[in-house]
Design a protein around this ligand. Sequence first.
Ligand code: SAM
Length: 318
Amino acid sequence: MNKQGKAAMVISARIHIVQRFLSIFLLVAGLFHVHRSRVLLKAQPSSASKISSIEGYTGSKPYMEKPPLRKMKNDVTNKNPPSISFGERKRARIQSQGGIRSKHEAHDRAWIDSMSSEIGCPDVDSDGIHSDDPKGYTNIPTIESWNALYRAYHATVDPNSELMSATEYQNSWKVPIEVKFRLPEGRGVYAKEFIPKGTLVWSSTTRNTATFLSHHDRREFIKYLMKDPETRHLACDVRKWVDYMHSSDGSYFICETFDEAVLLNNVRDESDGTINLEPQSISLSTDHPDYDEDDCYGNDHFYTIRDIQAGEQLRIEY
Ligand SMILES: C[S@@+](CC[C@H](N)C(=O)[O-])C[C@H]1O[C@@H](n2cnc3c(N)ncnc32)[C@H](O)[C@@H]1O
């Protein structure tokens, strides 16, 4: 073998050694990686198993880590649809000193927010209750809208509630009114005729208001509205009109009025004029047929506190 042949042999032998060294190194590195992954898998469940273990999670949206909601004693929010009557539930709630608690409001608001983005509700304030930008809420509710709300309430919350006819709704108003949309406050209630000072213009009854004893009830009500394309937009409205009442037992319940009284605006500055309505609560005796400790606005009556001209907007302090 000549000199060149020897050199070529030495080079090829060296290449062979380097190749073997590399393959041993890769094998060791691979084995180490497999071992490490196994150790990690034992220490922590995979993200897939984490997601599937979240109760009620359907996998359609990215899961975000949140502390689990603790069930409270006397918690009415997490109850399944009840088989007992609405009246019985009211009595049970009062006895248990339960009711809607602020603790559940954050959870409820998160649900309401995701519902509103799903159906594309116009924005509301960060408090999720009242909007300072009413421009999106241009639809003028009709008798059929109020009827639809009552039907939804009857179907989901209180099957014993009386379904009202269009005429009965209008009877809560004692004077002719109309609803118009005008900026900056959006929809509002306007007098169609001159109304003298001291006139009773609107009376609440236990039949033109809805009482929700739990967030769960209200969500079922909203879901019902969302099912029908004709009433879907009302789900956005009820979100905006919600009112929390403080009960004598220290708990909260939610009220919604199913007529134009929910569209009464306030006075914010001089350009709005002045308040012209004032509520007066008349205490009913406990044996009065309309008496109900837990009904929202069960006995409120709005009176004019000055003369109101035809076309003027009705305004109330809140
Ligand atoms: C009970 S709602 C009244 C109905 C409301 N305008 C609507 O279109 O649904 C209360 C909301 O009306 C608006 N509002 C009431 N009084 C107002 C005023 N004087 N100026 C501007 N906005 C007002 C605010 O957005 C408030 O959160």
